[in-house]
Design a protein around this ligand. Structure first.
Ligand code: HEC
Ligand code: HEC
Ligand code: HEC
Ligand code: HEC
Length: 391
């Protein structure tokens, strides 16, 4: 099961990721997912296409049509676990009832294909009539929830019959055992960083539930097949963005412009970054040292890894990403690839004409910090690293 909010950003790249993720979920045996506000933001048709792709249920008890108050998606599903499929089940099958609630958001409103709007109704009100109905159809009743702790506890306290609430909200994690009456509540973090393993033992009266939170860090080795699948998705993202970049480049060329950074900047009057070649004549000593450094080739490794159009990668391997007149993509600003002088010293457009005006204090270690972070440069230590590029 998943608590929802599995939908990525509404961009071509986000779509590739979302579709890959939902596909994986289906393949590794997900039976149901709740929906979160991020998912609903993309509208009904998008979600419905994802549901078909994943081949498992999307449930939401309080996403309803504005006019009728009727649920837009299945309000719940009942999954039957058979002893044949699950050896641990002795004797008769177990029916798991799964529903999902989103925190009440009075401002939420999205069109649906029927011409009516989708809104979020009050989760507690829906729970009051839905839980008894579902309880009668299942052995174990699970609520997936996208809501703060107070709301989850209020539902468990007010509506009897919920065995387990699995919740995702703002990355919260239940470290210690969390209960409300006989209902166990587990907050499972976000971004797929945790797997909540919940064991249910059938007691004579009720279920005994125990939980282990698995932090999916480096101690869990990558599975070869999954790793291949992930790199094929990353390649696909790279290709998608490359195509977009190529289209932009050819459009701007057909308008008579070339977007090569300095030229484009000059044309638009927004000349900011010049590139290292522009420093060579006056700072030949610094230039030669830089040219020998790995910084001067920092983009090549991304090309090799097919990550040269991945926005999650390029920022630290180029000049002035996201800055005015800085790197956009390798097609439109090809002379701003690699880590160049201005990656550390800042945009130099005004400097050559007026070299005595203050420019370019890099500030030592502070100049390295935005890129040499722990995740990307675990062995970084300023004195040693600076010694390799000192100029
Ligand atoms: C026309 C020659 C010229 C060009 C081109 C030029 N500079 Fe300079 N730069 C100078 C001079 C001269 C100084 C020394 C100014 C001073 O000492 O007051 C200087 C100083 C600097 C300083 C040191 C500032 C300080 O406070 O010590 C940096 C950093 C710098 N330049 C970076 C660059 C970069 C990066 C480029 C290319 C984008 C570049 N320069 C292009 C002439 C140039
Ligand atoms: C926050 C900045 C940053 C981001 C984002 C970033 N990198 Fe890097 N990358 C670095 C730095 C800094 C180094 C140099 C590390 C060192 O030598 O200490 C590096 C080195 C590398 C290397 C060569 C060293 C190695 O580990 O083999 C590769 C390959 C690489 N990055 C790929 C990527 C890819 C792929 C992405 C996107 C998923 C990415 N980088 C995103 C900063 C970044
Ligand atoms: C990786 C970051 C980085 C890159 C790339 C880089 N520098 Fe520097 N540079 C520094 C730092 C740090 C200093 C030390 C002074 C400071 O903190 O400002 C410095 C100092 C300087 C100085 C002043 C030297 C002095 O005697 O005070 C000049 C001039 C300079 N760099 C020019 C360049 C030029 C030209 C390039 C490209 C060919 C370049 N730098 C590339 C980080 C960088
Ligand atoms: C714009 C991002 C960025 C900034 C700022 C930056 N670096 Fe880097 N640095 C990189 C990347 C990316 C690489 C990896 C290049 C490669 O291996 O292809 C790297 C590699 C290096 C290496 C080579 C490591 C090796 O294995 O030999 C040294 C040394 C280094 N950086 C020092 C510094 C220092 C010192 C500073 C600050 C003064 C700094 N860098 C600032 C992005 C940056």
């Amino acid at each position: 099961m998943d608590t929802g909010n599995f939908t990525d950003n509404p961009t071509p790249e986000g779509d590739v990721k979302t579709r890959a993720l939902v596909g994986f979920m289906g393949r590794i045996g997900y039976r149901a997912a709740g929906l979160g506000e991020r998912d609903l933001d993309r509208g009904y048709e998008y979600l419905d296409s994802l549901r078909k792709l994943g081949g498992f249920s999307f449930v939401s008890a309080n996403t309803v049509y504005q006019r009728t108050g009727k649920p837009v998606f299945d309000p719940y599903t009942v999954v039957t676990l058979s002893p044949k499929e699950f050896g641990a089940l002795k004797g008769k099958p177990v029916k798991v009832g799964i529903t999902s609630f989103i925190r009440f958001n009075p401002t939420f409103l999205k069109p649906s294909p029927s011409g009516d709007n989708m809104i979020l109704s009050n989760a507690l009100d829906e729970a009051k009539h839905l839980i008894p109905e579902l309880r009668a159809k299942c052995d174990l009743l699970v609520v997936l929830a996208e809501m703060p702790k107070d709301d989850a506890h209020l539902i468990a306290r007010t509506v009897k019959g919920i065995d387990l609430i699995i919740a995702g909200y703002a990355g919260m994690i239940s470290g210690a055992e969390e209960k409300e009456g006989t209902t166990r509540i587990v907050y499972i973090g976000n971004q797929g960083k945790y797997l909540a393993e919940i064991r249910a033992m059938r007691g004579s009266q009720s279920w005994e539930l125990s939980q282990t939170m698995h932090y999916l860090g480096a101690t869990y080795p990558e599975e070869a097949k999954a790793k291949d699948a992930v790199s094929s998705v990353l390649n696909q993202i790279n290709e998608t963005n490359k195509k977009i970049a190529l289209e932009r480049a050819s459009k701007s060329q057909s308008k008579g412009g070339t977007l090569a950074a300095p030229a484009a900047a000059a044309a638009g009057g927004a000349r900011t970054y010049l590139g290292s070649e522009a420093c060579k004549d006056c700072h030949s000593k610094e230039y030669e040292i830089w040219k020998m450094s790995k910084h001067a080739h920092a983009f090549d490794i991304l090309v090799q890894k097919k990550a040269d159009f991945n926005p999650e990668c390029v920022g630290c391997h180029v000049v002035g990403y996201h800055a005015r007149g800085g790197f956009e993509d390798a097609e439109n600003t090809p002379d701003l690839i690699h880590v160049q002088c201005e990656s550390c010293h800042g945009p130099a457009a005004d400097h050559p004409q007026n070299p005595t005006a203050p420019y370019g204090k890099a500030g030592g270690a502070a100049a390295c910090a935005p890129c040499h972070k722990l995740e990307n440069s675990p062995t970084f230590e300023f004195t040693n690293y600076w010694a390799k590029i000192q100029h």
